[in-house]
Design a protein around this ligand. Sequence first.
Ligand code: NAD
Ligand code: G6P
Ligand code: MN
Length: 441
Amino acid sequence: MERKNLVIAGGGSTYTLGIIMSLIEEKETLPLKTLTLYDTDGARQERIGQATAVILREKYPELESFKYTTDKKEAFEDIDIAFLQIRTGGLAMREKDEQIPLKHGVLGQETCGPGGMAYGMRSIPDMIELVKDIRTYAKDAWILNYTNPAAIVAEALKRVFPEDDRLLNICDMPIAIMQSYADMLGKDVWNLVPGYFGLNHFGWFTKIEDTQGNDYTQTIKDKIISEGFVPTDSEIADDASWKATFATARQILMDFPDYLPNTYLQYYLYPEDLAEKESRDNTRARQVMNGRQKRVHETCDRIIADQSMARASLTHDIHGVYMVKAAASLVYHLNHIFTVMVKNEGVIANIPFDAMVEVPAMLGAHGPKPFAVGEIPTFYKGLIENQYAFETLVVDACFERSYNKLLQALTLNRTVTDVNKAKAILEDLIKANQGYWPELK
Ligand code: NAD
Ligand code: G6P
Ligand code: MN
């Protein structure tokens, strides 16, 4: 197999080490010639870069070169694959996205509701620039984007790069959920095949089969109801917040037993309950700073000091392995099935043709080939159309610099709905995002 050149943009991310470990775990699936980290914040990337150099020296000696850089040309020239994982405004702005809505009694979340809107408005301009930069130096590279809010980013990129068929938006939530199903069944997650429809962070599993065609959907539903539902992937299994989220997914299934829900639906279905449970001085961003970020930075410091990873406890995770396997399926035309974001174009027959939907697709050299879903029932259609209208309005607002469209977006959003609340939240978000958002008219 021809070895590939890969760049990770957002090299300083808290997810980079997990991706590196996953690239090592999957080196036979996706053998690399060179690996590059790219970040606009050289200082933040430095310790991740230094630690990665040690890890790769020990675990990936066959790699021809590893470098980390803030220079676009150095980062993107001759690249076959790019993973995009940037966070405009960093975790500090994530915390504001979460705290501001809470002040008004509305839940604060990274990708949902007003927080997701605020993050989207920051992400869109940077993501457009990043994709343009990559295309300047590597016009045929496969770009796998999982920068959030992925639904809104995907909608914006679709409009700016309509002909770019090597740009794929992808999220790990469906596979992280399937990992829990697999563990409940005592099966290998890579031997499970989903039926799924929706938008990113807004969808449902209609079916779970194994590769022999045995249907486990009802078994999984029954087990979730009778035994409970817990996260099992190494990255989230011990996390109190993710445990609570999976427990709520069980409640969703009990309330709406048709399909197995994506965990993110909790924010739209029980917004009041969730807002009440959050505390403003310890939202998810703060938990990540004190948890994952701290752990990653301490691990890096130890590896750098020791010049060895012997004392570090690091492992691959489902997030990283999913991205690596998806990239391999694209570049080697493996046609394996992954749940990804694609243009709807009739896949879900009774929602807008041009929506960016999340569905299973075969990934090969000609891009994603989604499987037809057909018509979906009224309840799900109504929820999706409402949410897609919200996402569309956020992208419109960003491109048109429109206050009015943001107000419409928040008013439509199930986590807000009240216009006075929407106005008050918007006023605070505009102030907090000065210098990040386009100036509104
Ligand atoms: P982080 O802040 O730790 O890392 C982001 C990195 O991107 C930082 O080092 C930052 O300096 C860098 N960066 C910011 N703007 C940049 C730009 N314009 N160009 C290059 N680099 C830039 O954040 P994190 O918590 O590790 O998350 C990283 C991203 O991955 C977020 O967008 C997060 O939502 C996303 N994510 C998505 C999924 C998914 O399933 N879709 C899963 C995990 C993480
Ligand atoms: C899941 C989602 C990602 C999101 C992440 C947040 O993996 O699919 O889109 O970025 O959770 O996790 P965190 O631990 O940062 O709250
Ligand atoms: Mn996601």
